[in-house]
Structures are given as C-alpha cells and as structure tokens.
Design a protein around this ligand. Structure first.
Ligand code: NAD
Length: 386
C-alpha cells in the first residue's frame, strides 16, 4: 500500500490534517501486496485494460499459429447516433489491434425489426463469427429484447442473455459469458490485490447491464452484498458499512467522501457529462462518486475517465477470445445436444418449447432438454402417486 498522504480535503469522516492513505478494505486490515496498477490509492484502469488486451492478443496469436483461425466479433449498429457510431468504431479498431476479425452490419435508422433479426441470424450461423454485439440503444420502433434474445447464447459475448444471467445467479453454475463492465470491475479489484471474499460490498444501482450483474459477481466471489437503488432509504449509512463500493447509478458525484468507510475500495462506473465551459466540448465527464472527497478517505478508487471505462472493451475482446477458442478448438461440441438437435423435428416437443430454433445452439438445446427431462420425470412420479 502506498504511503501517499491524503489530500487534506474537507471530508467529514477524516481529519483535515494529512494522514496516510488508509489500507484497503478496513483501517485495521493488513495492507495488500503492492499492485503495479495503482498510483497511490488511484487505480489505473487504462493500465489494467492494456494488460488484458496484451494477454488477449498473445492468445489470439497462439490460436492463429495452431489452428490458422482467429476469433471473430460482429458488431451490429442501427441508425446514425454519433455516440453509438463512436463506440462501434472503437470496438472494431480494438478488435484489429488484438488480431480478432471484425464483422460489421450498419443498418439505417429505418431498418425494420425483421431486417435486424435477419442480420443477427446470419451472424448466428456464420462459423467465422464467435461473438455478436448489438449496439444499444436501438431505434424506438425495434424491440430490444427480441433482438438481444435472438443472439445465440454461445455467441452472447455481452453476457446479457437470460441463460447467462441465470447461471451467474445460481450456485454451482457458471455462465458462458458475464457482462463486460461488471467483469471489468472485478478485474480491477483482483489485479489491485483487493480482497473480495468475506468483505462487505455495496452496489449502488441495479441495472441489468451493470449493477445487478456486479452484485451477482461479488456474491459469487463470496462478498456479502447489499444493493442500493433509487428507492433505498438512508443509503449513506448502508454505503458507510462497505469495504467495497461499486457506484453505478448514473448520478454525478452521488457518493460523498463522508459516506465512505476509511480504507474502502471504490469502483466508480458512472460516466456523467456535466457542463464545463473551460472544455472545448463544453462538458467534462464525472463519476458517481465525488472523486476528490472520496480519494481522501478510500484505500483505492477508480478515476473517471480512466478507471472502469477502458475495461469494458478489454473484457469484450477477452470474451470474444474465449468464445473463439471454444468454437475453434471444438470445446463447445456437445454430443448429447447434437443428438437432440438431430432428433428435433419441426413438430417435435423441442420445437414447441423453442419456436425460434434457428438461432439456438447446442447449449440452448441442453437447457431445453433438461426442462423436457424434468417434465417427464415429474409425470412419472405423479402417475406413481396416483
Ligand atoms: P441505469 O440508468 O440503467 O441504472 C441506474 C441504476 O441506478 C438504477 O438501478 C437506479 O435504481 C439506480 N439509481 C438511480 N438513481 C439513484 C440514486 N439517487 N440512488 C441510488 N440508486 C439510484 O444506468 P446504467 O446503465 O446501469 O449505468 C450507470 C452508470 O454507469 C451511468 O453513468 C453510465 O453512463 C455508466 N456506465 C459506464 C460504463 C463503462 O463502460 N464505464 C458502462 C455502462 C454504464
């Protein structure tokens, strides 16, 4: 742990006099091993993301050398939103940099839902595509759930498919992919040697893409997790109990220094534009935590920008690598599922359960098969009892 002094901001929870930065997790915990990814108590998200990209590029090169194939990511964008176009450009460029093949579909704002679904189905059946991402938000006339639900679960590198989220929530199960931003938060904690097991974690925000999966990931790593949201009463006193705070409410500088237990680790996911006439763009980005106040109290904190932000794309690349590796090395082959697939006629029970069978892969079929088997067993037991 760094011996850098607190900045001496006027924070209620700490003395105004400079004090050593508290050790992470609690003021009495032994200091964790020094991490090359921390400068003082500030976590360098750019450096962690660069390391993950470097590791990903090395593994992509290994796959290429051994199998003459590389992972592929398809990014679908509908419409002309400038911010979405920028994110998509960044994702495609990031793919190139690590050697992942990039596939694109740029549809006009006027595209119909069926046209978007057709593109997704095309990527589902393209053997060179191992990950599919649909840039959100979609135009209002398109049902987002229908489009996201059409992505094959084996190619759901964003980790938003209900089967992946369900597995994340279940004990003893693992998802094929977990959502990129929350996984990025976990990586920041782990690579900065911040203990999660047994710690009290508070997640502020419960969205499907950040807060809720972040809480599930912390729970999987044996933290004791509390979720706060817009209806939470006395949030301040709940946050003050946390060894780890994940702030993901989309509310500029919501978490004050006085809410933070000395030594706590703060992962600030918030990315909020606030007016700033001194900037050429007329605004700057701030997080969900008041950085200067919280930095004076926290054992570790991510800045905005430069904290969680760079992690999201890095994890997307790694998820695509993992998916590509499964397909290319044949690890995803599942004989039972393939048998079931072969026996799945249009009028059969599987098709009735899974009407959109064209976008289903082996994993989905295993899940459906389990449901059918459970149903059959229940019928057997019921008939025995009668
Ligand atoms: P969201 O609007 O979907 O969800 C916000 C959540 O915060 C909700 O669950 C809501 O109940 C809760 N909330 C809102 N106001 C609150 C308050 N005053 N107190 C407590 N809880 C409150 O937002 P999101 O998509 O989860 O994003 C959250 C933030 O993270 C945004 O600033 C967003 O820009 C940012 N974000 C960053 C990345 C990244 O890569 N860095 C990725 C996704 C989102």
């Amino acid at each position: 742990m760094s011996s850098e002094s607190a900045t001496g901001n006027n924070v209620a929870a700490v003395s105004a006099a400079p004090t050593p930065t508290p050790s992470i997790g609690s003021s009495t915990a032994p200091p964790p091993a020094a991490s090359p990814f921390m400068k003082g108590n500030v976590i360098d998200g750019k450096a962690v993301a660069a390391k993950i990209r470097e590791e990903t590029a090395a593994k992509v090169a290994e796959l290429k050398a051994k199998y003459s194939r590389v992972p592929g990511l398809a990014v679908v964008i509908v419409g002309e939103r400038k911010d979405s176009q920028t994110y998509v450009r960044m994702k495609r460029k990031a793919c190139e940099e690590v050697g992942i093949s990039s596939f694109g579909a740029d549809l006009p704002e006027t595209a119909t839902q069926e046209e978007v679904l057709e593109v997704v189905r095309g990527f589902n059946s393209n053997p060179d595509v191992h990950g599919i991402l649909v840039q959100l938000p979609l135009p209002k006339h398109i049902d987002e759930q229908a489009v996201l639900g059409a992505i094959s679960v084996e190619k759901d590198v964003d980790g938003f498919h209900p089967l992946n989220i369900g597995r994340l929530a279940m004990k003893g199960r693992e998802p094929l992919f977990a959502p990129c931003t929350p996984v990025g938060c976990m990586e920041l904690l782990e690579r900065c040697n911040i203990t999660i097991k047994g710690k009290r974690a508070v997640v502020v925000g419960r969205s499907n893409i950040v807060g809720m999966p972040a809480a599930l990931l912390l729970n999987k790593r044996d933290a004791t997790v509390t979720i706060c949201h817009s209806a939470t009463k006395d949030m301040e006193s709940i946050v003050r109990q946390a060894d780890i705070i994940i702030a993901a409410a989309g509310q500029p500088q919501l978490v004050k220094g006085s809410w933070v237990k000395p030594g706590a680790a703060i992962i600030d996911v918030g990315t909020n534009p606030v007016d700033d006439p001194t900037k050429a763009a007329g605004y700057r980005l701030v997080g969900d935590a008041n950085f200067e106040e919280c930095k004076a109290v926290a054992g570790a904190i991510t800045p905005v920008p430069g904290g969680v932000g760079p992690m999201t794309i890095a994890i997307l690349l790694r998820n695509t690598l993992v998916s590509g590796e499964r397909f290319i090395t044949g690890k995803l082959q599942c004989p039972v599922a393939e048998d079931m697939k072969a026996g799945c006629s249009k009028k059969g029970p599987l098709s009735r359960l899974l009407p959109e069978k064209e976008h289903l892969g082996p994993w989905s079929l295993v899940a459906a098969g389990s449901l059918l088997a459970a149903g059959a067993l229940q019928r057997v037991f019921t008939s025995r009892r009668q």
